[in-house]
Design a binder for this molecule. Structure first.
Ligand code: ADP
Ligand code: MG
Ligand code: MG
Length: 898
C-alpha cells in the first residue's frame, strides 16, 4: 500500500483529482508539477496515513519510515542537495493540507534541516549571513511553536527587544550580527521552555514535524473550524514535505499571494500582494504592510510576466478563480500553492456569470459556484447612502458589508455578548485562528494591522462577514479595553459602524438600508432559472409583499394567509361580533337541519333572528374588505397564480386576552364585559393547534368559507375586467379526510356558482388542499379525488408527525440537536427520513389518483436549501417561501438539478 507520493522535475505521482487522498495542497502541487508550472520538488504523505496514525495511538504505521526515507533520497537527488550536509544543504518545509481548505488552521514549519553547522555552510555558500541567520531564527521559532509547544510570543518578544535595541522598526532591517544574536536568544528560550537543546539532526527534526502536522489535525481550533464549517467525513490531513525556495535572500527576492480575479468584486484582473525580501507567512501575518501586485511589474518585470502567464493558465486549467502563493528567489519564480479562491458573495456572482459568458464553464456549473448563504448575504442591508457618516479612520476594505455594533476586544467577550443578543464588532490588533469563534459571532471585524490577505480578511470573506483591516490610525490597548484614534477614545461597549466596502470606521450607529441588486445578480438568477426544474412561489399576504417577491423572481403565490386581514383596522369588530354570535348560530343550523316541517323552520328562524343578523351581518361587513385585499394581491401577482388559504387559526386568537381590551370590546359591541370574558373562557383550548381550527371551523360554520370564496371570486372577476389574468387557487387547510374536504368544498363551489350566476360571467379556478395532517398524507390517494392540488404545509406536518409543539419545543429541541438525536432542528430543515416520507408518499399516492396533480410546499422549509433539494427529488412542482428567500430558493432549486 502506497503512502507517499512524489512530485518534482515535471513529473508527479498524484494529480488534482486525488484531493481526498493528498489533500487540496498536495493534489494541486502534483497537478501543477505535471503541467509544467515551476514548483519546488517534494512529496506528500497521504491523508489516510493521518487516520492510521490516530488509530495507532500516535505511532507511525509500519513501513512509513522506509517510504519517507526513500522519498527524502529522491528529493535530494532531484535537487542535487543533501539533508544535513553543510556544503549543499537541503532545506524543506513541512506543510499540512486537508481535502478541504482550512486557511491558517493547520501549522507549517519552514527552513527545516538547519542546524549550527548547516547555517555556517549556507553563509559560506551564499555569502549572505543575514539571510542565513534570518531563516535559522525563523526555523527555531516555528519548530519551537508548532512542534514543541513553546509559544511564538516568547520568540516574538525577544525579537521585539532586539529591534528596539537596534533602533529599527522591521525585522528585515536587522543586521546579520543582530540576527545572529537573536538566534542565540531563541535557542536559549527554546531550551528553557522545552528543557532540551534545539535538535541538530535534520531527520529528527523532520520526524517530529510530521508528528506535529498529524497532531494539528485534532487541535481545538482545527476542530472548531470544521465544526463551524460543517466539515465532516475527512480522513485527516496530508503532510507535504517540499524543498525550500527563499523570498528573503535579498532585494531580488519576494514572496506573495495573488488571485486570478479580484476576490472582493470579482473583476477580471490580476490581484494580489507581495513583500520583497520576506518569507512565507510574512504577507499573511501582516508583519509589514505589503505592496500591491501591480508594483511587481515595475520591480521584477520577468517574474511578473511569468507569474501572470501562469495565473491565466491555471485559471483555464482549473476553470475557477485561483488563489496562488508564490515566491521569487533571485528573480526566479516558484509557485507554492494554488486553490480555488475564497470570494465575497458579490464576487462569486460576478465570476460565475462572467465565466459562463467567457464559455469557460457551462450554466449547470455556474450555479454551483455561489452558495445559498452567499446569496443571502448579498440580500442583506448596506449603509444608507444619505446617512451622515462620522468617519474616525479608514483601513482596507477587506470584506464588504455593513456592520453596526458594540466594540469588544477579545473573542471570548464577543461570544459572551453575542449570546446575550448584542451586536458586537470585534476589534483586534490582528486576528489569529484562536479568534475564530469570536469572529463567527461578530457583526464585523476590525484589525489595526494586516493586509487584504491577512488572516482576518481571508476568514471574514469566507464567512461573508464585514471586515476592515489594517486601520493604522487605531491604537489598541487590550488591558484598558480601549482604543484611541487621535484624540478620540472608544471604550469596550461603545457603538461603532464598519463599512467593509470602503474601509471606513465610523462613530455610533449609522443607519442601514435594504440592498439593491446589481446587474450581475439579475444575470446570475436568470442562469439559475434556466437550470432549475422546480417552480418558486412566495408566501405573501399583502400586495407589497407580492410586489417585492415578484422583483425577486417569484412565479406566483403559494400561500396567501387570510387571517391577518381579519385584524387590520376596524375589521376586527365585525370579526368579534361574528365570534360572539357563532355558538348560537351553530345551534340554529343544527336545529334547522333537524326541523321536519317548513313551519318549524320558520319558527326557528324567528327565534334566532338576532343571532342570524349578528353573524351573517358581520360576514357581510367583512366581505368588501376581503374582496379589496384580494383585488390588490391578484393585481400585484397577475398573470401568475395565487393560492389563497381560507381561514386557519382557532377563533380565540381574534379575541382580546387582557381585561382592558376585553372591556373595550364589550363597549364597542354593546355587550356586558362578563359576556366577553365568558366567550374567551369558552373558546379556551388545551391544545389549540390540535383544536377547532382550519377546515374544522368551516365544518361548523360553512358561511365563513363561503364569504371568503365569494370575496376571492368576486375580486378575481373584477381584476379580470381590467384585462388582467387571474388564476385563483382556493386552498382548504388542515384536512384529515377526503370526506371533510368534500363537504366543505361543496359549500365553496356552491357559493362560487352563485357568484357566477349573479355576475353572468365566470373564471376558472382550482380548489385544493393543504397536506399537513399525517392522515391526509397517508390517504392522499383518496384526498386527491377531491383536491385539484396539494400544498404540503410542512410546519404543521412536522409538528404533528414528530409530536413536537411548534410553540413549546423550542425549550428542549436544541438539546435534541446537540445530542445528535436529530441532526438539525426539524422546523428549520425538513426531516427527510421521517416527515419527508409523508411528503413523498403524499405526492405518489395523490398522483396515482390524479396524474397531473400539482404539488407544492409552503412553510419555512420552502426556503431552506436542503429541503428544496428534497422537494426536487420527490417531484414537487414548486416551493413557496418568504419574499426575501425567493432568490435563495431559485438558486437552491438550480443546484438540486446538478
Ligand atoms: P497555509 O496553509 O497556512 O497557507 P502553507 O503550508 O501554505 O500554509 O505555508 C505557509 C507559507 O509558507 C506560505 O506562504 C507558503 O507559500 C510558504 N511556503 C511553504 N512551503 C514553502 C517552501 N517550500 N518554500 C518557500 N515557501 C514556502
Ligand atoms: Mg498556503
Ligand atoms: Mg398549517
Amino acid at each position: 500500500e502506497k503512502r507517499v507520493y512524489f512530485f518534482g522535475n515535471g513529473k508527479a505521482e498524484g494529480d488534482a483529482s486525488m484531493k481526498n487522498l493528498l489533500g487540496g495542497k498536495g493534489a494541486n502541487l502534483a497537478e501543477m508539477t505535471s503541467i509544467g508550472v515551476p514548483v519546488p520538488a517534494g512529496f506528500t504523505i497521504a491523508t489516510n496515513v493521518c487516520k492510521e496514525y490516530y488509530e495507532n495511538k500516535g505511532k507511525w504505521p509500519a513501513g512509513l519510515r522506509k517510504e519517507v526515507d526513500t522519498n527524502v533520497k529522491k528529493l535530494e537527488k532531484a535537487m542535487g542537495l543533501k539533508f544535513g550536509d553543510p556544503k549543499k544543504p537541503l532545506l524543506v518545509s513541512v506543510r499540512s493540507g486537508a481535502a478541504v481548505s482550512m486557511p491558517g488552521m493547520m501549522d507549517t514549519v519552514l527552513n527545516l534541516g538547519l542546524n549550527d553547522e548547516v547555517v555556517e555552510g549556507i553563509i559560506e555558500k551564499t555569502d549572505n549571513p543575514r539571510f542565513a541567520y534570518d531563516i535559522y531564527r525563523r526555523f527555531i521559532d516555528m519548530f519551537g511553536d508548532v512542534v514543541m509547544g513553546c509559544h511564538h510570543e516568547k520568540f516574538e518578544k525577544a525579537l521585539h527587544t532586539a529591534k528596539q535595541k537596534a533602533g529599527v522598526k522591521n525585522d528585515n532591517e536587522l543586521s546579520a550580527d543582530q540576527l545572529k544574536a537573536v538566534v542565540e536568544d531563541y535557542k536559549k528560550i527554546y531550551k528553557k521552555e522545552v528543557k532540551q537543546n534545539f535538535p541538530q539532526d535534520p531527520f529528527d527534526q523532520l520526524t517530529k514535524s510530521i508528528d506535529a502536522v498529524f497532531g494539528s489535525w485534532n487541535t481545538p481550533r482545527a476542530a472548531k473550524y470544521r465544526e463551524l464549517n460543517n466539515i465532516t467525513g475527512l480522513l485527516g490531513t496530508a503532510v507535504n514535505v517540499q524543498a525550500m525556495v527563499f523570498g528573503n535572500m535579498g532585494e531580488d527576492c519576494a514572496t506573495g499571494v495573488c488571485f486570478t480575479r479580484n476576490p472582493s468584486t470579482g473583476k477580471k484582473e490580476f490581484y494580489g500582494e507581495f513583500l520583497r525580501n520576506a518569507q512565507g507567512e510574512d504577507v499573511v501575518a501582516g508583519i509589514r504592510t505589503p505592496e500591491p501586485l501591480k508594483n511587481l511589474k515595475k520591480e521584477m518585470p520577468p517574474a511578473y510576466k511569468e507569474l501572470t502567464t501562469i495565473m491565466s493558465r491555471l485559471e483555464k486549467h482549473y476553470k475557477d478563480m485561483q488563489d496562488i502563493e508564490f515566491t521569487v528567489q533571485e528573480d526566479k519564480l516558484y509557485l507554492l500553492q494554488t486553490r480555488n479562491g475564497k470570494r465575497t458573495a458579490a464576487a462569486a456572482i460576478k465570476i460565475a456569470t462572467d465565466m459562463v459568458r467567457e464559455k469557460l464553464i457551462p450554466q449547470k456549473e455556474a450555479v454551483t459556484r455561489v452558495t445559498p448563504e452567499q446569496l443571502d448575504h448579498l440580500l442583506h442591508p448596506h449603509f444608507d447612502a444619505k446617512a451622515k457618516r462620522d468617519v474616525i479612520a479608514t483601513g482596507l476594505p477587506a470584506s464588504p458589508g455593513a456592520a453596526v455594533g458594540q466594540v469588544v476586544f477579545d473573542a471570548d467577550t464577543a461570544e459572551e455578548w453575542a449570546k446575550k443578543g448584542k451586536d458586537v464588532i470585534l476589534v483586534r490588533i490582528e486576528t489569529s485562528p484562536e479568534d475564530i469563534g469570536g469572529m463567527a459571532v461578530a457583526k464585523g471585524i476590525l484589525t489595526a494591522r494586516g493586509g487584504m490577505t491577512s488572516h482576518a480578511a481571508v476568514v471574514a470573506r469566507g464567512m461573508g462577514k464585514c471586515c476592515v483591516a489594517g486601520v493604522d490610525a487605531v491604537e489598541i490597548n487590550y488591558k484598558t479595553k480601549k482604543f484611541t484614534c487621535g484624540k478620540l477614545t472608544v471604550k469596550q461597549g461603545d457603538f461603532v459602524s464598519l463599512d467593509g466596502s470602503t474601509g471606513q470606521l465610523m462613530k455610533g450607529q449609522v443607519p442601514t438600508v435594504e440592498p439593491e441588486l446589481s446587474g450581475d445578480f439579475g444575470k446570475f438568477m436568470k442562469i439559475c432559472d434556466k437550470v432549475r426544474k422546480l417552480g418558486v412561489r412566495t408566501n405573501a399576504d399583502t400586495p407589497e409583499d407580492a410586489k417585492r417577491a415578484r422583483e425577486f423572481g417569484a412565479e406566483g403565490i403559494g400561500l396567501c394567509r387570510t387571517e391577518h386581514m381579519f385584524f387590520e383596522g376596524k375589521r376586527i369588530w365585525p370579526v368579534r361580533q361574528m365570534i360572539l354570535a357563532a355558538e348560537d348560530y351553530a345551534a340554529m343550523l343544527t336545529r334547522l337541519d333537524e326541523a321536519l316541517t317548513k313551519k318549524e323552520e320558520t319558527e326557528i328562524k324567528k327565534e334566532y333572528k338576532d343571532t342570524k343578523k349578528q353573524f351573517e351581518g358581520a360576514l357581510k361587513k367583512l366581505l368588501p374588505y376581503q374582496r379589496k385585499d384580494f383585488e390588490g394581491i391578484f393585481k400585484a401577482m397577475a398573470p401568475k397564480p395565487v393560492t389563497v388559504r381560507l381561514l386557519d387559526p382557532p377563533l380565540h386568537e381574534f379575541l382580546p386576552q387582557d381585561k382592558a381590551s376585553q372591556s373595550e370590546m364589550a363597549k364597542q359591541l354593546k355587550v356586558k364585559p362578563s359576556r366577553v370574558k365568558a366567550e374567551v373562557e369558552k373558546l379556551h383550548e388545551f391544545n389549540p393547534m390540535l383544536g377547532h381550527r382550519g377546515v374544522r371551523l368551516a365544518v361548523t360554520y360553512p358561511a365563513i368559507y363561503r364569504m371568503q370564496a365569494r370575496a376571492i371570486i368576486e375580486a378575481a372577476l373584477n381584476v379580470k375586467k381590467q384585462k388582467k389574468t387571474v388564476k385563483p387557487e382556493i386552498m382548504i387547510p388542515l384536512i384529515g379526510s377526503v370526506d371533510e374536504l368534500k363537504l366543505v368544498k361543496e359549500e365553496v363551489v356552491d357559493e362560487i356558482k352563485q357568484v357566477f350566476k349573479e355576475k353572468g360571467t365566470r373564471i376558472s379556478y382550482l380548489v385544493g388542499t393543504m397536506i399537513e395532517i399525517p392522515r391526509a398524507a397517508l390517504t392522499a390517494d383518496e384526498v386527491a379525488e377531491e383536491a385539484q392540488f396539494f400544498s404540503f404545509g410542512t410546519n404543521d406536518l412536522t409538528q404533528m408527525a414528530m409530536g413536537f409543539s411548534r410553540d413549546d419545543a423550542g425549550k428542549f429541541l436544541a438539546e435534541y440537536v446537540n445530542k445528535g438525536i436529530y441532526a438539525v432542528d426539524p422546523f428549520q430543515a425538513l426531516d427527510q427520513n421521517g416527515v419527508g416520507k409523508l411528503v413523498e408518499m403524499g405526492v405518489k399516492l395523490g398522483r396515482e389518483t390524479r396524474k397531473t396533480l400539482k404539488c407544492g410546499i409552503c412553510g419555512e422549509h420552502g426556503g431552506e436549501p436542503s429541503s428544496i433539494d428534497f422537494c426536487h427529488r420527490v417531484g414537487l412542482d414548486y416551493v413557496s417561501c418568504s419574499p426575501f428567500r425567493v432568490p435563495i430558493a431559485r438558486l437552491a432549486a438550480a443546484q438540486a438539478v446538478v
